[in-house]
Design a binder for this molecule. Sequence first.
Ligand code: UFG
Length: 327
Amino acid sequence: MNVLVVGGAGYIGSHVVRLLTKAGHETWVYDNLSRGHRQAVPTGRLIEASLTDRVRLEDTLRELRIDAVMHFAAFALVGESVEDPALYYNNNVVATLALLDAMRATNVRRMVFSSTTATYGVPERIPITEDEPQTPINPYGFSKLVIEQALQDYAKAYGLGFAALRYFNAAGATPDGDLGEDPRPESHLIPIVLQVALGQREKIAIFGEDYPTQDGTCIRDYIHVDDLGDAHIKALQQIEPGKQIKLNLGTGRGDSVREVIEACRRVTGHPIPTEIGVRRPGDPPELVADSTRAQQQLDWQPRYNSIESIIQTAWNWHRGHPHGFSE
Ligand code: UFG
């Protein structure tokens, strides 16, 4: 298929571009590089433009004879969304609606959409199935839920086919260590802990140790970015105009903040000093996926089955690129 990867210069998007290309798809990246990196995109495959540039977007979809769009171009930091919701509603909602309109105008009727566990808010049941009520607790989660709703309505009214994939915590890097996570601003746990191991930070602050979990720290379901990517490629093959696919993508295994830090110590051999900080607003105590539906429907299994194996790939990347893409 001819696939346009919107936001393909970002962390998850750039990994998916590699996997799509490997799987034989013709792949182009459409990215305004506001948070992505030119170096993460294969040479000659970048269209540097904004989703709000309607003419450029429609021309791109037409000229490249795009069959499907994968949409990764979103801001995804919970805390930032609370401080500056306008950024999130404009970038994640308004720009995505422009993309959907351009797809309608050019008759592109397949989309893979990056949704999130943040649409569930504080879940009632763990592990979380797709039937859990979607009641976000921050603007980021709402911005993604609005688009899930739009996709459903567009599917019914205009015959759009889509897969909304609700990610848990994406982590890790390509095993060869030359593509990885380099977000600015940095806020994710594993890259920050590895910056301590690299000597770029003195210690890691644990945001709260009084949660109702076994060791008092938050539990997350960390899934390797290439496992996420595999699921995207399988979902893409199943999308048909009018068809709706909604799936959780996680491993079903939860690791606490303390367990992640301990695993980073084992992988890096660094003592990684910690300090206890206050809770970060908007952090649910525990988010672990039930991905049975994705496993069955996509015939998919995550291959990285331990937090250590995921951290090892992240470490290969960070050690080889201590300043990310900027060197
Ligand atoms: N944490 C720390 N110290 C840090 C950074 C993080 O203790 O310096 C903790 C957080 O409080 C949280 C855990 O580590 O408990 C994981 O935090 P991340 O920032 O790595 O990831 P989040 O779980 O906050 O974010 C992920 C996705 C978001 C999604 C969110 C849903 O990256 O896109 O889950 O809650 F919205």
